[in-house]
Design a protein around this ligand. Structure first.
Ligand SMILES: CC(C)(COP(=O)(O)OP(=O)(O)OC[C@H]1O[C@@H](n2cnc3c(N)ncnc32)[C@H](O)[C@@H]1OP(=O)(O)O)[C@@H](O)C(=O)NCCC(=O)NCCS
Length: 166
């Protein structure tokens, strides 16, 4: 982070859904899940998931972002099947992008996944989503393949990436 803001991570809770949906609504690459779907993510028992939110406490030296956005600024959801984890989404509020939040959240979720026994983190990303692919490369992910036409609206290939966890 380039200013006095501090970022922390915590498990997402039902009371966070509204803010998380607000963040995602402004990001075309983020999932537009309904409130019910978010609740399923948090409470569904058929799949084990780790949902984390990143919060920012800007203190007083916050410059041009004064009063703009504090509290929850990012979210990630990861599902777990035995030793494999799959990143279902990661999204950072527009005003907080390019400030290291995504990288920190990714590090936090990888640590959490390793703590609960996952050995590998996998993901799929739109071929055109260069921002996310760069973030993942920096975090140690490598491309393992492509799924032609995997995405709809617009139709696009998925790039599959993965990295081993410590
Ligand atoms: C992808 C996303 C999560 C990145 O979050 P972020 O907090 O902006 O990322 P960071 O600030 O930690 O950036 C880490 C690195 O990723 C790369 N990166 C991030 N955003 C980038 C962009 N818009 N263009 C190019 N590179 C980018 C840069 O290399 C960056 O390091 P740098 O700023 O020192 O150059 C964010 O852009 C986002 O929420 N996008 C919309 C949702 C989305 O696409 N999610 C992924 C779906 S698979």
């Amino acid at each position: 982070m380039t200013d006095a803001a501090t970022i922390q991570m915590k498990p997402m809770q039902a009371e966070d859904i509204e803010r998380v949906r607000e963040i995602c609504a402004r990001l075309p690459e983020a999932p537009q899940w309904t409130e019910w779907q978010w609740r399923q993510m948090l409470t569904g028992r058929e799949v084990q998931r780790i949902a984390l939110v990143a919060t920012v406490n800007t203190g007083e030296s916050i410059g041009k972002n004064a009063g703009a956005e504090t509290g929850i600024v990012a979210v990630s959801v990861t599902s777990l099947v035995l030793e494999d984890a799959e990143l279902e989404t990661i999204a950072v509020a527009g005003a907080w992008q390019r400030r290291g939040v995504g990288r920190r959240l990714l590090e936090g979720l990888m640590q959490r996944c390793a703590e609960v026994g996952a050995r590998r983190l996998m993901l799929e990303v739109r071929a055109s989503n260069q921002a996310a692919q760069r973030l993942y490369s920096i975090a140690g992910f490598t491309e393992t393949g492509r799924r032609p036409g995997y995405y709809r609206d617009p139709a696009e290939d998925a790039v599959r990436m993965e990295r081993w966890l410590a």
